[in-house]
Design a protein around this ligand. Structure first.
Ligand SMILES: CC(C)(COP(=O)(O)OP(=O)(O)OC[C@H]1O[C@@H](n2cnc3c(N)ncnc32)[C@H](O)[C@@H]1OP(=O)(O)O)[C@@H](O)C(=O)NCCC(=O)NCCS
Length: 199
């Protein structure tokens, strides 16, 4: 398998994951039809982009574009940790989440993590897959010695993340952004299907 990062790092996180280790979903677990593992180059064919499109606009990503980004991420060793849950019977990806590591000069040249792009396939929600993915990413951040991890989410998901230990620190929980209107325009164009007159 062509993994984005070394599966032994994920195995170490699984062993250290007190919250969801009992769910027995891991790279080495062949007894279960669901496997939790690092993203693979071949996951494009297993519907990884389709799954992401249930989270946000993906645009039109060709297999070559996917492969180029995958290689760029993999070559940035120690930075990109994307995990997936694969349904090995249906041959599709049903859940995913990512942990991105930033190296710092502060905190004794420490590193911090950002959790992003958490999504579970609409047919598989409510099976604890989302929780397993997030808890495994938290365990991964501990194995990688992050001094903190953070995420941004919709109001409707605050309680869900709170149930996994994330807190809004008083006086320090503002999230600000500048969006590129060019990208919004491109996303709009991709999502716009003109109504055709068939006559
Ligand atoms: C949010 C999401 C990832 C949750 O995944 P999931 O696998 O369905 O959730 P889980 O089964 O792990 O949830 C576990 C528990 O949290 C509860 N829960 C789920 N979503 C919740 C929410 N938004 N707020 C509060 N509780 C929630 C479940 O009811 C379940 O409770 P239980 O253990 O008492 O049965 C999924 O709904 C999804 O993909 N949504 C669309 C994309 C999205 O919003 N992603 C998050 C971006 S910040």
């Amino acid at each position: 398998m062509d993994y984005l990062f070394d599966p032994s790092t994920l195995a170490a996180a699984t062993a250290a994951d007190d919250a969801t280790r009992a769910d027995q979903l891991s790279v080495d677990d062949i007894g279960c039809k669901y496997r939790l593992r690092p993203l693979c180059l071949t996951d494009y064919a297993l519907g990884y982009l389709d799954l992401l499109s249930q989270l946000t606009v993906t645009g039109s990503v060709t297999q070559q574009m996917y492969a180029n980004t995958f290689d760029a991420m993999r070559n940035n060793s120690g930075t990109y940790y994307i995990i997936v849950i694969e349904d090995t019977e249906e041959n599709c990806i049903v859940a995913t989440g990512s942990l991105t590591i930033e190296k710092k000069f502060i905190h004794q040249c420490g590193q911090r993590g950002r959790i992003e792009d958490i999504v579970v396939h609409s047919n598989c929600r409510g099976k604890r897959f989302g929780k397993i993915v997030v808890q495994r990413l938290i365990a991964l951040s501990r194995v990688l010695n992050c001094y903190k991890i953070s995420l941004e989410c919709k109001d409707s998901n605050v309680n869900w993340y709170s149930s996994m230990g994330f807190v809004r620190e008083p006086g320090n929980s503002n999230y600000m952004q500048i969006r590129s209107y060019l990208f919004q325009l491109i996303a709009f164009c991709y999502s716009y299907t003109p109504t055709r007159n068939v006559n």
